[in-house]
Design a protein. Structure first.
Length: 71
């Protein structure tokens, strides 16, 4: 299988690939900066935020099958 790609198209692809590489490195720098800033506000005690307290729904115990219940 041969690809017949023009030189102009190859140059365009190369240019876009280089631009993508620059943007990826710029994005990594931004993410690193965000991580540094967020890290400045993180608790220093090592504790994480308290988890949400989950309510336990209480249900009545069922009587054995065929048993008479008192209301």
């Amino acid at each position: 299988m041969s690809l017949n790609i023009s030189t102009g198209l190859l140059r365009s692809l190369l240019s876009l690939t280089e631009k993508r590489g620059k943007l990826v490195s710029e994005l990594a720098a931004v993410e690193s900066e965000i991580g540094r800033i967020v890290g400045d506000f993180a608790p220093t005690s090592g504790k994480t935020a308290s988890p949400k307290v989950r309510r336990v729904k209480r249900t009545k115990k069922r009587a054995k099958r065929g048993a008479i219940t008192h209301s």
